[in-house]
Design a protein around this ligand. Structure first.
Ligand SMILES: NC(=O)c1ccc[n+]([C@@H]2O[C@H](COP(=O)([O-])OP(=O)(O)OC[C@H]3O[C@@H](n4cnc5c(N)ncnc54)[C@H](O)[C@@H]3O)[C@@H](O)[C@H]2O)c1
Length: 379
């Protein structure tokens, strides 16, 4: 193992620059040595901004380098076959690199499992951009649950709702919001982009797979405006929900939407158990971008939720109070991944296997919606 891990990043767009690259800069365990983007000017700009030595436009050339240990896939996921995370993640692992990949690794959970198996066979670690489990408050909430704070988990309620794409007149700039044809049935969108993190948290906190679920995909904003001013039909899931039954006895209700009035990320995770409850909210409107509340009062007349202080150890290197959540949470994610690789233990949270379980639920919700029925898991 080299002194410092050497990282190559694919994608020099908005999220790469606001979350991934600042995150790598903050971990003492790595250096970003190469950046690749189809748009050479963007790659060069990012290289200059983040002091990265080498620039590529062809990721395969970057993958051929023996001196790169980790590949970060931060390209745009996209609806249906527009997703290029999948070939990039497979290529990175095939080339023997540890891999961080933005969600979804693949639209089909079976393909995500294959990527996980390939990485495991090669002794490589993986990580998926399940950002919100790396909020300090969420990491602490998980530890409190593991210590028995809530007792037996009964009910998990979770949502990620924001108003990023609520306007039908604001020009659509994100290609993955634009379906290819007008007359097709509703396409999966919000649940994959915005539901995935809360599904991840629901599985992680309750520590049980689901045995069945019933779900809905809805399209609330039927027409959107192109940059040209033309209106197009956008039959995509911009709001969705499901009820799930856990194998270990409890149930969950989950919602996601990007057309509901709320701040970004607008995520809330609530776990109610036999002895207590924890509620964690993440939102740009909060002073510290996150708040964790707890209650252990057994008497219904005395229940009071009090704010919990998050211990310092849950914060990323270089944390400054009030810093924006993308930098804070992603610095935690990246540093955690670098530590998992450097420490060379079995630890590998939020990896391709976890992403496959999340994706299986997304695939099951789609099936449930299309056939209007309960769906049993595993699929
Ligand atoms: N985890 C989170 O909380 C979170 C938040 C925001 C965005 N994201 C995800 O991050 C990803 C990137 O989003 P973005 O807003 O930065 O997108 P973007 O469109 O701004 O940037 C993507 C870049 O990837 C480049 N690219 C695409 N295919 C490539 C290839 N084969 N080789 C090299 N470069 C290639 C494009 O040229 C573009 O510059 C998306 O998957 C998005 O869903 C995750």
């Amino acid at each position: 193992m080299p002194d410092k891990l050497r990282v190559g990043v694919v994608g020099a767009g908005r999220w790469s620059r606001s979350a991934h690259l600042p995150g790598f800069q903050r971990s003492p365990h790595c250096d970003v040595v190469a950046i690749c983007d189809l748009n050479e000017d963007m790659a060069k700009e990012a290289a200059q901004q983040f002091d990265i030595e080498d620039v590529y436009t062809d990721y395969e050339k970057m993958l051929q380098r023996d001196d790169i240990d980790v590949i970060d896939v931060c390209t745009r996921g996209g609806i249906g076959d527009k997703n290029n995370h999948e070939p990039l993640a497979f290529a990175a692992v095939q080339a023997g690199k540890h891999c961080l990949c933005e969600k979804p690794v693949a639209h089909d959970y079976k393909s995500t499992w294959k990527a996980h198996e390939l990485a495991t066979d090669k002794g490589l670690k993986t990580k998926v951009g399940l950002t919100f489990r790396y909020a300090p408050s969420m990491q602490y909430m998980r530890d409190l649950i593991a210590e028995g704070f809530v007792g037996d988990p009964y009910i998990f309620n979770g949502y990620e709702q924001n108003s990023q794409f609520i306007s039908p007149t604001e020009p659509v700039t994100k290609v993955d919001l634009i379906p290819e044809t007008e007359n097709e049935e509703i396409k999966v969108s919000s649940i994959e982009g915005y539901g995935a993190p809360i599904i991840d948290l629901s599985l992680w906190f309750v520590d049980s797979p689901l045995k069945s679920l019933v779900g809905l995909l809805y399209n609330f904003v039927p027409y959107r405006t192109m940059p040209s001013g033309d209106k197009i039909r956008t039959n995509i899931d911009d709001g969705d929900t499901y009820i799930g039954e856990y194998k270990n006895g409890g149930f969950c209700t989950i919602q996601s939407s990007y057309v509901t009035v709320n701040s970004y990320p607008g995520l809330e995770a609530r776990l109610y158990g036999s002895q207590g409850a924890l509620i964690c909210r993440l939102g740009a409107e909060l002073e510290h971008q996150e708040v964790l509340r707890k209650s252990t009062s057994p008497n219904a007349h005395e229940v009071e939720y009090v704010e919990v202080d998050i211990p310092d150890k849950y914060y990323p290197p270089g944390y400054t109070p009030g810093e924006p959540w993308p930098a804070m949470f992603y610095a935690n994610l990246v540093h955690n991944f670098m530590e998992e690789i450097v420490n060379d233990t079995e630890e590998n949270q939020g990896n391709f296997a976890q992403s496959a379980m999340v994706q299986e639920i997304i695939n099951a919700v789609e099936l449930s919606h299309r056939e209007r029925r309960w769906v049993d898991l595993p699929l």
